[in-house]
Write a protein that binds this ligand. Structure first.
Ligand SMILES: NC(=O)c1ccc[n+]([C@@H]2O[C@H](COP(=O)([O-])OP(=O)(O)OC[C@H]3O[C@@H](n4cnc5c(N)ncnc54)[C@H](OP(=O)(O)O)[C@@H]3O)[C@@H](O)[C@H]2O)c1
Length: 307
């Protein structure tokens, strides 16, 4: 069945490893890589996995072995690790947001490494990966003459992991928020990726994309963040609106498809980003051994569950 290697033992890597074991998707968690010994400890204790501070010393993977790479949103940091893991014989699943729609040269490097090593790479997640791309795509395929799509997602960050709360700038002044945004430390990284994934899968040319980001402020202090992305394509539009705020009045995901017939789909309370990502990762781990060697984005995979 193959084992699982975790690269990045934060909340996502740890929860996904536990879920993959629970669901019988892997035989064991063989190794956990994280520079922070405290972050590694839970999985080492629970699963008996060997701990490593870096991926440089890992054993070679055997047929069916898979690695989950969940330590950064940055494509430049994650892509070289993926190429190294592919060469060491692992299939790779990653939650790296910037790889959801990678730059062409990065896509080529990973696709080539996957094919030449006979392995699979899947980029997955809740957002990007599902709520604002794959889910509206599924809805749009059920409507004719679609000319506008909008998705609004409101996330209550008081119910989410601390690393996400930090990315929204909660507790900062507006000037600190702007500095954090300029340095790349703050903000959601996947909105443009989601809009391009959606447009690409619909066959809409997608050169004209604009994204705006603003702080949500109460009494001079930042409480959250508001991202908006818009894509225009031959008179058709896609709007993605993402609010991540501390205890907003309500949270949820709403998809509007303006076509024939029109559709409005609302997920009451919203698709839970952390639990949803764990699920998407487990499904991707399950699928790796069944796919032809290649690099796969969320929209490249048919909707079904492989057993
Ligand atoms: N697409 C989606 O829907 C989605 C959803 C959730 C999360 N994500 C992404 O998935 C990733 C994991 O999320 P998380 O909340 O678990 O992140 P996290 O809390 O930042 O944890 C990441 C862990 O990886 C460690 N690490 C840093 N560099 C490493 C390296 N080179 N090799 C191995 N481990 C390394 C970190 O150690 P230090 O703390 O010492 O740096 C930390 O313990 C993040 O990039 C997040 O943005 C995507």
């Amino acid at each position: 069945m193959g084992n699982l290697l975790i690269v990045g033992a934060g909340p996502i890597g740890t929860a996904a490893a536990r879920a993959a074991l629970e669901d019988g998707v892997v035989a064991a968690v063989s190794a956990v890589v994280d520079p922070d010994p405290a972050a590694r400890r839970e999985l080492e204790t629970l699963t008996g996995a060997a701990g490593y501070a870096s991926a440089a010393d890992l054993p070679v993977g055997r047929e069916g072995d898979r690695a989950l790479v969940a330590f950064s949103s940055s494509a430049d940091k994650v892509a070289p690790e993926i190429v190294r893991l592919l060469s060491a014989g692992y299939h790779v699943v990653t939650t790296c947001e910037e790889l959801a729609w990678p730059a062409r040269h990065i896509w080529q490097a990973m696709h080539t490494a996957a094919r030449s090593n006979g392995r699979v790479v899947i980029v997955t997640g809740a957002n990007p990966g599902f709520v604002m791309d794959q889910f509206p795509l599924m809805a749009a395929t059920a409507s004719r003459n679609v000319h506008a799509i909008s998705v609004r997602r409101v996330v209550d960050t008081s119910q989410r992991r601390i690393s996400l709360v930090e990315k929204t700038g909660r507790g900062l002044t507006v000037d600190e928020f702007r500095a954090g945004l300029a340095s790349g430390r703050l903000g959601h990284k996947g909105l443009v990726a989601s809009i391009k994934l959606l447009a690409h899968a619909l066959g809409w040319p997608h050169h004209d994309v604009k994204e705006t980001v603003a702080p949500l402020v109460s009494e001079g202090v930042v409480t959250g963040i508001h991202h908006h992305a818009q894509l225009r394509s031959d008179g058709r539009t896609i709007d993605l609106d993402l609010v991540m705020d501390w205890e907003p009045a309500e949270q949820g995901d709403t998809v509007h498809i303006d076509g024939e017939p029109p559709l409005r789909i609302h997920i009451e309370g919203g698709y839970h980003g952390d639990r949803g990502t764990t699920t998407q990762v487990v499904q991707a781990l399950r699928r790796c051994p069944t796919l032809a060697p290649a690099f796969y984005r969320s929209i490249d995979l048919p909707l079904r569950i492989d057993s």
